[in-house]
Design a protein around this ligand. Structure first.
Ligand code: NAP
Length: 282
């Protein structure tokens, strides 16, 4: 791998890896996947990425930066697009300013969702939401020397995500109303973290990579699979996104696939679901 400073292998030391947003669900999974490395995991209270890195962070001489810190409140970004941009655009520029090889994470929400076959890297983005626009600008802020990993519908054993919400609602109710006219690929953060390791360990070329679970479904399908795998008898009432009247529009279709050679392949989303439930001891 091309390294920012001294090659850690030649220097006889472990790779120094910085994880931003380490308190988030992907940050949590990356800490596990990179546990053989010398990891510095910074939460928002350690480094607010909307601000330039402190001297201590800048002096870290990292071999790799895994930049997960982001404004992920999709609806909240409509009300405060500048706040979202401060984190998703300026924050990514600050991560890139460390001058170490960088992995920056982006989203399927950079697409408008009008396609009906998987989006590949050469498809033109056209975000419909403020969140999607800030993430697209964030991709540019990461620079040409970064791996920009677009992924979708993340879930894990920690944090706020659809899986955890459904497990909570499923325990409380007999029926849950779930959107059935948006289709994507729910991606387990543990699988994405392993794929990130593959990307950097093999030193695949920098640039855009679509990395999401195999298979696709609607949110309602995903909810049914969650209740099924978790042994809950909760019913799913299928509704349209319009019925929810959320502030931010979401793409109706945002399945991601890679058209690039040697792209990391992730297991099917249902396998990710089972792996995540097992991690949660369910
Ligand atoms: N979640 C998804 O479905 C999804 C889909 C596609 C792509 N992505 C992208 O994948 C990446 C990881 O997402 P995730 O699901 O792990 O999100 P997450 O669980 O919300 O984690 C994001 C982390 O960033 C932190 N953060 C927010 N503002 C910050 C700031 N100014 N400085 C430092 N840290 C800050 C958050 O801290 P607080 O908790 O304290 O706010 C949180 O710990 C993001 O780039 C996201 O855009 C996510």
């Amino acid at each position: 791998m091309e390294l920012g400073n001294t090659d850690p292998v030649r220097a006889g030391r472990r790779r120094r890896v910085l994880i931003t947003g380490a308190g988030g669900q992907l940050g949590h999974a990356l800490r596990q996947a990179f546990s053989d490395d010398d990891v510095t995991a910074l939460t928002r209270s350690d480094w607010d990425v909307a601000l330039p890195p402190s001297d201590t962070v800048s002096r870290g001489e990292f071999d790799l930066v895994l930049h997960t810190a982001a404004w992920t409140d999709v609806d909240g970004a409509e009300a405060d697009p500048q706040g979202a941009a401060a984190v998703n655009v300026a924050g990514t520029a600050h991560a890139a300013s460390l001058k170490a090889p960088l992995v920056a994470y982006s989203t399927d929400y950079v697409f408008d969702g009008r396609k009906r076959s998987p989006y590949v890297e050469s498809d033109g983005p056209n975000p419909a939401s403020a969140y999607g626009r800030t993430k697209l600008h964030g991709e540019a802020a990461a620079g040409h020397q970064a791996w920009v990993v677009r992924t979708s519908w993340l879930f894990g054993s920690t944090g706020n995500n659809f899986l955890r919400t459904m497990l909570r609602l499923g325990a409380e109710r007999d029926e849950v109303a779930v959107v059935d006219d948006q289709r994507g690929s729910p991606t387990y953060v543990g699988h994405l973290a392993e794929a990130t390791r593959e990307l950097v360990d093999i030193d695949l070329p920098r640039g855009l990579w679509h990395v999401a679970a195999d298979g696709d479904c609607t949110w309602a399908d995903f909810a049914e699979a969650i209740f099924d795998e978790a042994g809950l008898g909760t019913r799913v009432r299928r509704i349209s996104a319009a019925e929810l009247e959320r502030p931010a529009p979401r793409p109706a279709y945002s399945v991601l696939r890679s058209e690039r050679e040697n792209a990391p392949r992730l297991p099917h989303w249902r396998e990710g679901l089972r792996a995540c439930l097992a991690e949660m001891g369910r």
